[in-house]
Design a binder for this molecule. Structure first.
Ligand code: ATP
Ligand code: MG
Length: 459
C-alpha cells in the first residue's frame, strides 16, 4: 500500500512541485495550506491520518511550531513530521526537533534532500515497528535481534535443538550474545518449565566450584556445616548454563565428563549417587581445539559438550544487523522511564556502521546507552558516539585530573578501563590475546573488563 504524505505549505507553487515529485516516487499525496488543516488531519479517522507530514513552519492560522506543540500536548512525542524552515532559522529548526519533529529541511531545498529525508523517515519507522513487534511477541525481555544470514543460521539451530535434550556448546568472542542465546534456547525448549541455572566456571577456585556444581555433604570440608545441593541438582528438569567452560581445571573437567556421560554424580564428601535430567548448555570464548592441543582441555569432554555447536559471529562480520540492534537499544535504554526512544542522526549511524566493535553487541549496547545520556534522550549526534578504544589514545593530563578533584581510585580505574579496551582493540577482540598484551591472566582480564564495563554503563 502506498504511503500517504500530507504536504502543508501556504505557497501553492511549493505544494505543486512537491506533489509532482512525491507522486512520481509512488507516494499518495494530500495538501494543506494552514496549521489548522494539519491538526484536523491528525484528529481525523485512522484511514485519512497521514503517514508523514511535510510541514512548512510559517503558515497562517497556526504556524508549524504551534501545530507541533498542540500535537505534543495531546500526548504524541514522536511525530511523523518533517518541517521545512527558512534558510538561516536554525533556532526554529532546533525548536521543532525538540518538539518532536522527525527531521527538518531548510528552504530553498533540492528535491533530492526531500526524498532522502522521507526515505529515512520510513526506514526508521519500519525498524521501530519491527522492534516494537518483537518486544510484544516475546514474553520476557530477552530478545535476540538481527536478521543477517549468520544470525538466521543461529535461529535455525535454536529452533532445531530446542525440542531435543542434546548438549549445546556456544562459542564466540566476548559480548556476542552467548548467554542471551543460552537463555533463549532454554525458554524455547522442552525444559522451559524447569529452572535455568547459570554457573560461571571462571568465578570460583576449583574446590569451591566443585561443591557449587555438585553440592556437598555436611562436614565434607571445613566450613561445610550443612548439606548443600549443587547447581546440577537444582537444575533438574531444567537447563544448566556452564559459562566460560574453558576455564575448568582438568580435575573438574573429569567430573563434569562423568555427569555428561552418566547423568549422575555424588555430592562432595558423599556416597549417594544422584541422578539428574538436565539440558546442558556450555559457553566459551576460548578456542577449545587449541586448548586441547595445549593440553588444557580434555578432548573427550569437548566432544561431549560439542554435540551441537553454535558459533556466534562477531558484530564486525554482520554490520547489516547494526541498525536494528541500535533501534532495539534505543527502545531499551530510554533517557527517562516514560521518555520516547531517543533518535539517532544519520552521521551518528554512519559512525556506528564503520566501527569494528571489538566488544561486539555489548559494546554497541554500552555505546548507545552512553549516547542517550549524552544527548539527554533527544537526537544522538555524531559527537555523542564515543569509543573507549579511541580514548585510550588520548594523552593523560595529570594536572587537569588534580584540578578536577579526581580521586586516585577513579583515575586508576579510568586508566585501567582504557588500557583493557585498547588491548582488546589491538587483539582484534580476542580476550586471550589482549590479556597476553598486557601480561595478565585471561580470566583476570575478562573479570576486569566486565567490571569496568558495568561501571561505565552506570553513568
Ligand atoms: N543478538 C542480540 N540481540 C539483542 N541483544 C543482544 C544480542 N547479542 C547480545 N546482546 C546483548 O549484549 C549484551 C552481551 O551479551 P551476552 O552477555 O549474552 O554476551 P556473551 O557472549 O555472554 O559475552 P561474554 O563472553 O563477555 O560473557 C547483553 O546485554 C545482551 O542482551
Ligand atoms: Mg557471557
Amino acid at each position: 500500500m502506498a504511503q500517504n504524505i500530507l504536504i502543508a505549505d501556504d505557497t501553492a507553487a511549493i505544494r505543486e512541485v512537491l506533489r509532482e515529485a512525491l507522486t512520481d516516487e509512488g507516494y499518495e499525496v494530500a495538501e494543506a495550506s494552514t496549521g489548522e488543516e494539519v491538526l484536523a488531519a491528525f484528529n481525523g479517522s485512522d484511514e485519512v491520518r497521514p503517514d508523514l507530514v511535510l510541514m512548512d513552519i510559517r503558515m497562517p492560522s497556526k504556524d508549524g511550531l504551534e501545530v507541533l506543540r498542540a500535537l505534543r500536548s495531546a500526548g504524541d512525542s514522536d511525530l511523523p513530521i518533517i518541517v521545512m524552515t527558512a534558510f538561516g532559522s536554525a533556532s526554529t529548526a532546533i525548536e521543532a526537533m525538540k518538539l518532536g519533529a522527525f527531521d527538518y529541511i531548510a528552504k530553498p531545498f533540492e528535491l533530492e534532500e526531500v526524498t532522502v529525508a522521507i526515505e529515512r523517515f520510513f526506514e526508521r519507522r519500519d525498524l521501530s515497528d519491527r522492534v516494537v513487534r518483537l518486544i510484544a511477541e516475546s514474553t520476557r525481555d530477552e530478545i535476540l535481534i538481527g536478521d543477517s544470514p549468520a544470525m538466521q543460521e543461529i535461529y535455525k539451530i535454536v529452533g532445531r535443538v530446542a525440542r531435543s535434550d542434546a548438549t549445546v556448546l556456544v562459542s564466540g568472542e566476548t559480548g556476542t550474545g552467548k548467554e542471551l542465546v543460552a537463555t533463549v534456547l532454554h525458554r524455547n525448549s522442552t525444559y522451559a518449565a524447569g529452572p535455568l541455572i547459570k554457573v560461571n566456571c571462571a568465578a570460583l577456585p576449583e574446590t569451591l566450584l566443585e561443591s557449587e556444581l555438585f553440592g556437598h555433604e555436611k562436614g565434607a570440608f571445613t566450613g561445610a556445616v550443612a548439606q548443600r545441593k549443587g547447581r546440577f541438582e537444582l537444575a533438574n528438569k531444567g537447563t544448566i548454563f556452564l559459562d566460560e567452560v574453558g576455564e575448568l581445571t582438568l580435575s573438574t573437567q573429569k567430573k563434569l565428563l562423568r555427569v555428561l556421560q552418566e547423568r549422575e554424580f555424588e555430592r562432595v564428601g558423599g556416597t549417594t549417587t544422584i541422578k539428574v535430567d538436565t539440558r546442558v548448555v556450555a559457553a566459551t570464548n576460548k578456542d577449545l581445539p587449541r586448548e586441547i592441543e595445549a593440553g588444557n582441555f580434555r578432548e573427550d569432554l569437548y566432544y561431549r559438550l560439542n554435540v551441537i555447536a553454535m558459533e556466534l559471529p562477531p558484530l564486525r562480520e554482520r554490520h547489516t544487523d547494526i541498525p536494528l540492534l541500535v533501534e532495539h537499544f534505543l527502545h531499551k535504554h530510554r533517557y527517562g522511564r516514560t521518555s520516547a526512544p531517543a533518535r539517532i542522526s544519520q552521521e551518528a549511524m554512519s559512525r556506528l556502521l564503520t566501527h569494528d566493535w571489538p566488544g561486539n553487541v555489548r559494546e554497541l549496547e554500552n555505546t548507545i546507552e552512553r549516547a542517550v545520556v549524552m544527548a539527554r534522550g533527544g537526537i544522538i549526534a555524531e559527537d555523542n558516539i564515543t569509543f573507549p578504544g579511541q580514548e585510550a589514545r588520548r594523552s593523560v593530563d595529570v594536572t587537569q585530573a588534580i584540578g578536577d578533584g579526581t580521586t586516585l581510585a577513579d583515575f586508576l580505574e579510568d586508566m585501567e578501563s582504557r588500557l583493557l579496551r585498547e588491548a582488546l582493540r589491538q587483539a582484534g577482540g580476542n580476550q586471550a590475546v589482549a590479556a597476553g598484551l598486557i601480561n595478565i591472566d585471561p580470566a583476570d582480564f575478562r573479570a576486569r573488563l566486565k567490571r569496568t564495563e558495568a561501571d561505565d554503563s552506570g553513568v
